[in-house]
Write a protein that binds this ligand. Structure first.
Ligand code: SAM
Length: 232
C-alpha cells in the first residue's frame, strides 16, 4: 500500500513507522510511506506555515499555499483517483470497518493539521474525506495519521502474517476478543483456565465464544445492540 503523509513534523512519525510490524512491512515492500514536510513548500522567506485567523479567535491557522504545493508534489506519486484524507476531530470516526475499507484503496494521501487547524479552503479544494480517531482534540494530526496507517495496514495482505489473524479479533463478529493466555500454565499460583489445556477444540471454541460475549456485555453492550450502562 502506498501512502503519502503531509505534515509539519515527519520526525515525530518516522520512528514509529520504522518499528516492529510496520517497519517490517515497509522493508518487505508491503507498505510504502513517503513524507511531504509542509514547511519545505512554504514560499515565505521565514518558511512560515500559519497565520492569525480572520475574524479573530484563539491560536493560529495553517495557511493554504504550503499545503497546496505539498499536495501537488504528493499527487505526482499517486494515481489521479487516490483519496486525500484530512485527519480532523470533525471527521467520520475511524473504526475497523473504515480501516478495512481504506485498505482496499491501495493508495492514500494523509494530511495532518496542527495549531488551531487548517484554512477551510484546503478542506474544500483538496480533501475527499475527514477522519477522526475519537471525540477529543489532539494538538496535531500526526498521532491520528499513525493510528490510521497502523489500523489500515493490518488489513493489507501479508502485513500481520497469518491471513486468519483477524477472525477472532475484537470487533469482528461485533464482539470483543476473549482473554488470551500463554506459557507458563501456572504463573506464581495463577493458573490458566483448565479448558485451554484440554486440547478439546469444541470446548475451547465454546469457551472463547462465552468469554467474548461476557466481556462485550460488560464493557461494550452497545456492540450487542444493548443499552450502555451510565458511566460512574
Ligand atoms: C488542535 S486541532 C484543531 C481542532 C479544531 N480547531 C477544531 O476544533 O475542530 C489541530 C489538528 O490536530 C488534528 N486532530 C486533533 N484532534 C483530532 C482527532 N480527534 N482526530 C484526528 N485528528 C485530530 C487535526 O489534524 C487538527 O487540524
Amino acid at each position: 500500500m502506498k501512502i503519502s503523509i503531509l505534515t509539519l513534523f515527519p520526525e515525530a512519525m518516522q520512528p514509529y513507522l520504522d518499528s516492529s510490524i510496520l517497519g517490517r512491512a515497509e522493508r518487505a515492500g508491503l507498505l510504502d510511506v513517503a513524507f511531504y514536510p509542509i514547511r519545505d513548500y512554504s514560499l515565505d522567506k521565514h518558511k512560515k506555515t500559519d497565520d492569525y485567523p480572520f475574524g479573530g479567535g484563539a491560536g493560529l491557522v495553517m495557511t493554504p499555499q504550503p499545503v497546496f504545493d505539498a499536495m501537488a508534489a504528493a499527487r505526482q506519486r499517486h494515481r489521479p483517483s487516490c483519496k486525500v484524507i484530512y485527519l480532523s476531530p470533525q471527521g467520520r470516526r475511524l473504526d475497523n470497518r473504515l480501516a478495512r475499507q481504506l485498505a482496499g484503496e491501495e493508495e492514500l494521501i494523509l494530511l495532518c493539521g496542527h495549531y488551531e487547524g487548517i484554512d477551510q479552503r484546503i478542506v474544500d479544494q483538496l480533501v475527499d474525506m475527514e477522519v477522526s480517531i475519537g471525540d477529543y482534540v489532539l494538538t496535531g494530526g500526526e498521532l491520528a495519521a499513525l493510528v490510521l496507517v497502523d489500523s489500515v495496514s493490518r488489513f493489507v495482505p501479508g502485513v500481520v502474517g497469518n491471513e486468519n489473524v483477524h477472525e477472532d479479533e475484537s470487533f469482528e463478529d461485533g464482539l470483543l476478543e476473549y482473554p488470551q493466555y500463554t506459557r507458563p500454565a501456572d504463573f506464581r499460583g495463577f493458573a490458566v483456565p483448565e479448558v485451554l489445556l484440554s486440547g478439546h477444540h469444541a470446548h475451547i471454541e465454546a469457551w472463547h465464544k462465552e468469554k467474548a460475549l461476557e466481556k462485550t456485555r460488560a464493557v461494550r453492550p452497545d456492540l450487542l445492540g444493548e443499552e450502555q450502562k451510565p458511566e460512574v
